[in-house]
Design a protein around this ligand. Structure first.
Ligand code: MG
Length: 351
C-alpha cells in the first residue's frame, strides 16, 4: 500500500506526466490514453514458496547474484516477444502462473520494443501500459521481472531512456521483484566511448529513485563482446552485464569472450538465448542446435549464471516455445511445444 501510494506520488514526473497527474486526482480513474493508473492496482500478498518469497531482495556480490541472506541464486525464466508485436502471451497472468508452477519459472523479461513503428518512441503510453501489466503480474505472482529497453540504438534515445527508467524506478523500485535492463543489444559501437557513458547516465537516473535493485547493462556486438565491458566496467553497486547467445550461430568463439569476462569477475546475466540461429530461427526448416546450447548451459550452470530464454510466443520460429494457435494461458502439454521449447523446459526444470 505504502509502495503503491509512493509510486502514485512519484509517477507525476517525466513523459506524459500531465496525463498521469490528472488521472491521479481521480481515485481509481484511468488516464485518457487508456493507461491504468497506479491507483487501480494493489499488489497481491506475497505467496509463500514463490521465488521472491524464497530469495527476497537480490544483490550482486562479487560476480554472483545472491539472495537477501547472501545465498547464491540462479534465476531461470523466459523473455516475452517484443511487446509491440505480441501481447497475448506476454500479458497473460495465468500463463505466467502456469510457467511458475509447471516449468519452475523464476523470472520473466518484458521486452519493450523501442524503435519499430508503434513501439515505445511512437506509442509510449500504450507500450508503458503493457510493460506495467507484465511487471504487475510478476509482482502479484512472486516472480522476478526484467524491465527491458529493447533497443539496438539506445544511445540515440538516451533522454527517453533516462525519463522512462526514472519513472519505472519511482514506481517499482521498492519491489524486490524488479531488474532494469537498460539496453538490450547494442550494435558494433564502442564500449568505452558510447555504451559506458550511456549506461552511466541511465544508471544514475535509476539510482536517484531506487538505490538497490539490480541493473543489467548491454554490451557491444548484440551483447556478445562482454569482454570489452570486463576491461572497463562501470563504478557502482548491483550492476550486471548481459551476454546473448543463439547456439547455431554463436559457439566457442563467443563463449570464450563471455568466459574471459566471467573469469575477470564480471557479474553476468544472460537475458536472451536460443538453441537456434541468431535470427531466432525464423526458418522453420532450419536447425535446433541443442548440443552447442548445452555447452553454454554447462558454463552458465558452473558459474551460477541466471538467464531468460527467447521467447514466450506461439509461432513457427524455432525460438517460439509453442506451436501456432497455442493458448496463451498455460496447460501446454508436449504436443504444443515447438522448436527449442522442449530444451528450454528441460533446462528450466533442472534446478
Ligand atoms: Mg529498490
Amino acid at each position: 500500500m505504502a509502495a503503491a501510494l509512493g509510486a502514485l506520488l512519484l509517477s507525476c514526473g517525466g513523459e506524459g506526466s500531465a496525463t498521469r497527474g490528472s488521472a491521479a486526482l481521480r481515485p481509481g480513474g484511468e488516464a485518457p490514453g487508456g493507461e491504468a493508473t497506479s491507483a487501480e492496482w494493489q499488489p497481491a500478498e506475497l505467496e509463500p514458496g514463490t521465488p521472491v518469497a524464497q530469495y527476497g531482495q537480490l544483490r550482486v556480490e562479487g560476480s554472483a547474484l545472491v539472495s537477501s541472506t547472501g545465498e547464491p541464486v540462479q534465476l531461470k525464466g523466459v523473455s516475452t516477444m517484443w511487446l509491440n508485436w505480441e501481447q497475448n502471451f506476454a500479458g497473460s497472468k495465468s500463463g505466467l502462473r502456469w510457467l511458475r508452477d509447471n516449468w519452475g519459472l523464476r523470472v520473466v523479461r518484458a521486452a519493450m520494443g523501442i524503435e519499430p513503428m508503434n513501439a515505445y518512441l511512437t506509442n509510449p503510453d500504450a507500450m508503458a501500459a503493457q510493460l506495467r501489466n507484465v511487471v504487475r503480474n510478476a509482482i502479484d505472482l512472486g516472480v522476478y521481472v526484467i524491465i527491458d529497453w529493447h533497443d539496438h540504438d539506445a544511445q540515440s534515445h538516451q533522454q527517453q531512456a533516462v525519463d522512462f527508467f526514472s519513472r519505472m524506478a519511482a514506481e517499482f523500485g521498492e519491489y524486490p521483484n524488479v531488474f532494469y535492463e537498460v539496453y538490450n543489444e547494442p550494435l558494433q559501437v564502442s564500449w568505452s566511448q558510447v555504451l559506458k557513458p550511456y549506461h552511466e547516465a541511465v544508471t544514475a537516473a535509476i539510482r536517484e529513485r531506487d538505490p538497490d535493485n539490480v541493473i543489467i547493462l548491454g554490451t557491444p556486438t548484440w551483447s556478445q563482446s562482454v569482454n570489452q565491458a570486463a576491461d572497463d566496467p562501470l563504478a557502482g553497486s548491483n550492476l550486471m552485464y548481459t551476454v546473448h547467445f543463439y547456439s547455431c550461430s554463436h559457439r566457442i568463439q563467443q563463449r570464450s569472450l563471455a568466459q574471459y569476462a566471467q573469469g575477470k569477475g564480471l557479474p553476468i546475466f544472460v537475458t536472451e538465448w536460443g538453441a537456434t540461429a541468431a535470427d531466432g530461427g525464423t526458418n522453420p526448416s532450419g536447425e535446433v542446435c541443442v548440443e552447442e546450447a548445452q555447452a553454454w548451459h554447462d558454463w552458465m550452470d558452473a558459474a551460477g549464471i541466471s538467464w531468460t530464454a527467447w521467447k514466450l510466443d506461439d509461432c513457427n520460429d524455432l525460438s517460439c516455445f509453442f506451436r501456432p494457435s497455442a493458448s496463451p494461458n498455460g496447460g501446454w502439454s508436449d504436443e504444443w511445444l515447438n522448436g527449442h521449447g522442449p530444451f528450454v523446459r528441460e533446462r528450466m526444470l533442472q534446478q
